[in-house]
Ligand binder design. Structure first.
Ligand code: C2E
Ligand code: MG
Ligand code: MG
Length: 705
């Protein structure tokens, strides 16, 4: 219970003063923050009473306003608002009710103020309006803040409505509460309403992967927000687009989750671009096959797979045997066509789960994961060899290429991608050395072979400067006269303190590395110089034959070089014979015939070496301005025990003669072979039976005998 204070003593005088109603009213009226008024219902709102608040409200003293002495209230009211104020008041006159109206007045200081007027009409007994009385207060400040709020609202609404990003609020269970037109547009709907009625379950209807919504909610509950949340969604027409979302939770003060609020951006173009870039970075632009970058990934992936499941992985390194030749002689267009065809063939030969990679140039790598037995891939290899060597039609011409394949196996041959690739490459070299068009598995011994090759390559680069090369000469005899009718210059490499290296093992390397061009020139100079000197010493010229490699032939400038060497040594051009192998003639015959004719024009002789081993078309043979056919020694070798070879020899001799060429047989090792060749009309022979290739002094001694 409250204890009430004892009543205060109030004197009778004070009581009278306090109870003076007029004084009370005056005091109230004059302290109110506004103006109490009483006015006539006329065109001026003529004020017949205003309280002291008038001055603060209007800037005029009450006396100025009363009876319109200086201004009338109608004048103070802003012109645009007068009509509305009057209408509002007239309405209440009709009903006799209170009125309330907001409008603007012009303050004596010129500023505009918002006011709220509340009042009621006074009627006489006849029910006629006598006056109006009421209260007007300044509400400018409230109005300003209201307007600011409205403007702010309008601004935000405009951002919401006109944003390029989709903006939304959704319930946690996947229904839209609110979203902007951009969201509808991104999702392919014509209007906000259409989207609202179409999507009632975001998880099921929107996301391509329904699991995405779960991920979204998980992130939300974990972090209270998601940033750059990328997902694929369906548009209205079923198209799939990529979007990114940034969203947050909105909770009430008690922490209860109200909704999610976020933005959506269509990033399909960017994603497509990224995918395209990624594709380009990981695929070969010509064939569309995975490239070196992807190879590294896959290889690592397959290795892990093999570790987990215990299977084996085979890595096959494949090189097209004749690609460089075709590419150089037929042009890049033909080369590209060939690669495209080969890429298709390779892909069609392997299983779905295997990978075909183009490493660059004419090199491919095939990955065979998941093998139970390594022998299983032999089948694939035979299929590939057969498919690659099918004739290939390019620009109306048929080409036949083959390939050499080397295989390494995980885990036996290497435990990491680099080693596996290196060893497959090594095995591929073995396949090349074994005559191409075959496949080889990596073995430890092979590595030694490769090391030797690398060793030869590096030593070869200095061999010319160090004068490690020399020429041996092998005589040819004319079977009719029995006399030496020429010599073939054969290069020898004598590295200091090491055994002599056979040209068969370094010429191909010199070819590949390009060193052959300098070597070739040296051979030509040395052989021509020797032949010239021999001629002057012996008093009779002896033709010398020089082997010209493919690469020298393909590069322009051979004719000029030969011309220069002849001039420099003074050798009669008729005493120089250039030997070209038959396989060089297979591609771009037009170019070759041109060069051959240019060489003929200088006066040098031409011979086709190793005839019968290449694939030269008989149809073209007649177009070659060639003086000699040199039958490859494989047709002479073991002639005694293989009668079929005799028939072939006969045919070649007849063919050569019918084309007006002289025919030479190489590799004659026995008297029987010599006699047989003599018997079938072969013109000349060369071989161990007569003499091995000899150092020049020994050759000169032989010549004297
Ligand atoms: P090729 O032009 O067909 O030379 C003939 C090869 O057969 C020579 O081997 C020669 O020693 C060998 N030979 C000769 N008679 C007999 C025989 O009765 N029995 C056997 N089994 N072999 C015989 P070589 O000197 O080892 O040369 C091998 C190949 O190297 C040559 O084949 C030629 O293609 C290439 N070569 C040699 N010297 C040069 C050169 O200076 N430049 C170019 N580009 N290639 C060369
Ligand atoms: Mg030769
Ligand atoms: Mg030969």
């Amino acid at each position: 219970m409250h204890m009430l204070p004892p009543p205060a003593e109030v004197s009778p005088e004070l009581h009278t003063l306090l109870m003076d109603r007029e004084r009370m009213l005056d005091s109230l009226l004059n302290h109110l923050g506004g103006m109490v008024y009483c006015c006539l219902y006329d065109a001026y709102w003529t004020m017949i009473f205003v309280s002291q608040g008038c001055l603060q409200l209007t800037g005029y003293a009450p006396g100025d306003l009363l009876y319109n002495r200086k201004v009338c209230f109608e004048q103070l009211t802003l012109e645009e608002d007068r009509e509305r104020v009057r209408t509002r008041i007239e309405e209440s006159l009709r009903t006799g009710e209170h009125y309330e109206v907001e409008y603007r007045i012009r303050h004596a200081d010129g500023s505009v103020r918002w006011v709220l007027e509340r009042g009621a009409p006074l009627f006489n007994e006849a029910g006629e309006v006598q006056a109006l009385e009421g209260f007007i207060e300044d509400i400018t400040r409230r109005k300003q803040s209201e307007q600011a709020a409205l403007q702010a609202e309008a601004r935000y609404r405009s951002i919401f409505e006109n944003a390029i990003e989709g903006i939304y609020q959704t319930t946690p269970d996947g229904q839209y509460l609110n979203f902007n037109p951009a969201l509808a547009r991104i999702y392919g709907y014509d209007s906000v309403e259409e989207l609202k009625s179409a999507i009632t379950d975001i998880q099921k209807q929107l996301y391509v992967d329904p699991g995405k919504r779960g991920e979204f909610i998980r992130l939300m509950s974990q972090f209270g927000q998601v940033t750059n949340f990328e997902a694929q969604v369906y548009r209205k027409n079923g198209d799939i687009i990529w979007i990114t979302e940034n969203a947050r939770e909105v909770r009430d003060e008690a922490g209860k989750l109200l909704f999610y609020e976020g933005t959506v951006e269509d990033i399909t173009a960017r994603k497509n671009y990224e995918q395209q870039i990624e594709y380009q970075a990981t695929h070969d632009s010509l064939t569309g096959l995975p490239n070196r970058t992807l190879l590294a990934d896959r290889l690592q992936q397959y290795i892990s797979l093999a570790d987990r499941h215990g299977g084996k992985l085979a890595v096959a390194f494949l090189d097209l045997d004749q690609f460089k030749l075709i590419n150089d002689s037929m042009g890049h267009h033909a080369g590209d066509q060939l690669l495209l065809t080969m890429a298709e063939r390779l892909t069609s030969c392997v299983r779905e789960c295997d990978t075909v990679v183009r490493l660059g140039g004419d090199e491919f790598v095939l990955l065979f994961p998941n093998l139970r037995n390594v022998a299983d891939i032999s089948g694939s290899m035979h299929r590939i060899l057969a498919a690659v060597s099918e004739p290939c039609l390019i620009d109306g011409r048929e080409f036949v290429v083959s390939c050499s394949i080397g295989i390494s196996v995980y885990p036996e041959d290497g435990r990491d991608p680099n080693t596996l690739l290196k060893h497959a490459d090594t095995a591929m070299y073995k396949a090349k050395q074994d005559g191409r068009n075959n496949f080889q598995f990596y073995t430890r011994e092979l590595n030694a072979v490769l090391m030797e090759r690398l060793d030869i390559e590096s030593r070869l680069r200095n061999a010319l400067d160090n004068q490690e090369f020399l020429l041996h000469y092998q005589p040819k005899i004319d079977l009719l006269t029995g006399r030496i009718c020429g010599a073939e210059a054969l290069i020898r490499w004598q590295p200091p303190g090491k055994p002599m290296v056979s040209p068969a093992s370094f010429i191909p390397i010199a070819e590949e590395t390009g060193i052959i061009e300098q070597i070739g020139q040296w051979v030509l100079e040395t052989a021509c110089d020797w032949a010239k000197q021999l001629g002057s010493q012996w008093g009779q010229s002896l033709p010398v034959a020089v082997n010209v490699s493919q690469r020298q032939f393909r590069r322009g400038g051979l004719v000029k070089m030969v011309q220069a060497v002849l001039k420099q040594t003074g050798l009669d051009p008729a005493c120089l014979e250039l030997e070209i192998t038959e396989s060089m003639l297979v591609h771009d015959t037009a170019h070759f015939i041109r060069v051959l004719n240019d060489l003929k024009a200088i006066g040098v002789k031409l011979a086709i070496d190793d005839f019968g081993t290449g694939y030269s078309s008989m149809a073209y043979l007649k177009d070659f301005p060639v003086d000699r056919l040199k039958i490859d020694r494989t047709f002479v070798d073991s002639l005694e025990t293989t009668p079929a070879k005799g028939a072939i020899l006969k045919a070649i001799v007849a063919l050569g003669h019918s084309l007006g060429m002289r025919v030479v047989a190489e590799g004659v090792e026995t008297a029987y072979q010599q006699a047989y060749l003599h018997g079938i009309g072969c013109d000349e022979i060369q071989g161990y039976h007569l003499s091995k290739p000899l150092p020049k002094e020994a050759f000169e001694a032989l010549l004297k005998r």
